[in-house]
Design a protein around this ligand. Structure first.
Ligand SMILES: Cc1cc2nc3c(=O)[nH]c(=O)nc-3n(C[C@H](O)[C@H](O)[C@H](O)COP(=O)(O)O)c2cc1C
Length: 376
């Protein structure tokens, strides 16, 4: 039983009346481990079956809405009815531990890998490696996000998170760096917002059509991009204001450092999350993430008052029972770096464990190797 005054376990009621029992979220984590056709296998099930206790929102990693968007090997899918059993199994594993299961829906766009998709790569604007999407292709992709939502509802997921972050297709439409179109999908800031908002609208329409007001819809975004044409805080605030006109339950700001300061545009030198919270409708929840490992890290982040939920990525990889350790006051057992000698590999599937061994700067720190952290 958590301490009754622990802010991390104060219930939060979303604006669609769904109550979430913990403020700790699990950030979407790609596990690189599904079978080639997106089916869940034992490795993935092992990972998911022991990480959701004490967690409020468990956001399942990037799940394809269209084969063409595959950006990693072993990605889950929400493309057709044959994907329902695996979507269902993932959701059941999470829900059995008391958390809400949210599936992140994704298209890689420019970052898709044709060796994974076996198709050409399509993006908002043509590049050396990608072809430009036509108007019909864009409409079909919006429909793919809607279809994925329908499948997630049919599979018993508690919600979807639209992946508008981390330089993937939706962000590529929003960014002047990757969207050089001059039609209704690009040109001005308003037109660069058209695709993200069209996807949001289509996803919300599915929920309406299926009469599931309790189904949660969130949107994840990266607030800034480096480089001259990259997204600025001023642009992100315009997007956030537009997103808040839709019946979304939460926004999720993707960062590697929760405390990152704004680089360009509105609020330079201030905490990005403070500026973004101030621009948002008060009844939409905000999730913050980035470098939060222990219960105290999470409490301090929540205590800023800028966010309603605090998410963990690398910490839950290293600490499968993180939520339980925090809830039971055993925080001294939380580990901060991976020991490559640990026999159970922290219940990670083999492809993910292999990536940990490479000690990349976007993976958890490895014992005995200098810690590197991404901070963009
Ligand atoms: C192995 C791994 C896989 C990830 N997969 C996704 C993903 O599927 N979708 C996404 O939006 N972010 C993904 N991320 C980013 C995380 O959701 C999170 O934002 C990031 O790890 C920072 O949080 P942390 O410092 O708590 O790890 C991934 C990160 C890692 C380490």
């Amino acid at each position: 039983m958590p301490h009754p005054q622990d802010t991390l376990f104060e219930p939060y009621t979303l604006n669609n009346d769904v109550t979430v029992l913990s403020r700790i979220a699990v950030a979407p984590l790609t596990l690189f481990s599904s079978d080639a056709d997106g089916t869940i296998n034992d490795g993935e099930a092992m990972f998911l079956s022991q990480r959701a206790k004490g967690i409020g929102l468990y956001i399942l990693g990037a799940t394809l809405v269209s084969e063409e968007g595959a950006a990693f090997a072993g990605q889950p899918r929400a493309i057709s009815e044959k994907d329902i059993p695996s979507l269902k199994k993932r959701a059941e594993l999470i829900k059995a531990q008391g958390a809400l299961a949210i599936t992140q829906i994704h298209h890689g766009g420019l970052l898709a890998l044709s060796e994974c998709s076996k198709q050409d790569v399509y993006a908002p604007s043509a590049t050396d490696t990608a072809k430009e999407m036509t108007d019909e292709h864009i409409e079909a992709t919006v429909k793919a996000f809607a279809k994925a939502t329908e499948l997630c509802i049919a599979a018993g997921c508690d919600g979807v998170e639209i992946h508008g972050a981390n330089n993937y297709l939706i962000q590529q439409f929003f960014s002047a760096k990757t969207n050089r179109r001059n039609d209704r999908w690009g040109g001005s800031l308003t037109k660069r917002m058209a695709f993200p908002l069209r996807v949001v609208e289509a996803v919300c329409e599915v929920r309406e059509k299926m009469n599931r007001p309790d189904f949660i819809i969130g949107y994840r975004l990266s607030p800034e991009e480096p480089g001259d044409n990259g997204i600025t805080m001023t642009e992100t605030i315009a997007l956030i204001r537009a997103l808040c006109d839709y019946p979304l339950q939460y926004l999720h700001i993707s960062q590697w450092n929760f405390n990152k300061l704004a680089r360009r545009g509105v609020g330079v030198g201030q905490l990005r999350l403070k500026t973004l919270r101030e621009a948002m409708a008060p009844d939409i929840a905000l999730i913050g993430v980035g470098g939060l490992v222990t219960g105290d890290d999470l409490r301090t982040a929540l205590g800023t008052g800028f966010v309603d939920f605090v998410a963990v990525g690398q910490s839950i990889m290293m600490n499968p029972n993180l939520g339980e350790l925090i809830a039971s006051g055993k925080e001294d057992q939380i580990i901060r770096e991976i020991d490559l000698q640990k026999e159970d590999h922290y219940a990670m599937p083999e492809p993910l464990w292999a990536m940990c061994q490479q000690a990349m700067n976007w993976m958890p720190p490895v014992k005995g190797k200098p810690a590197k952290r991404l901070d963009v």
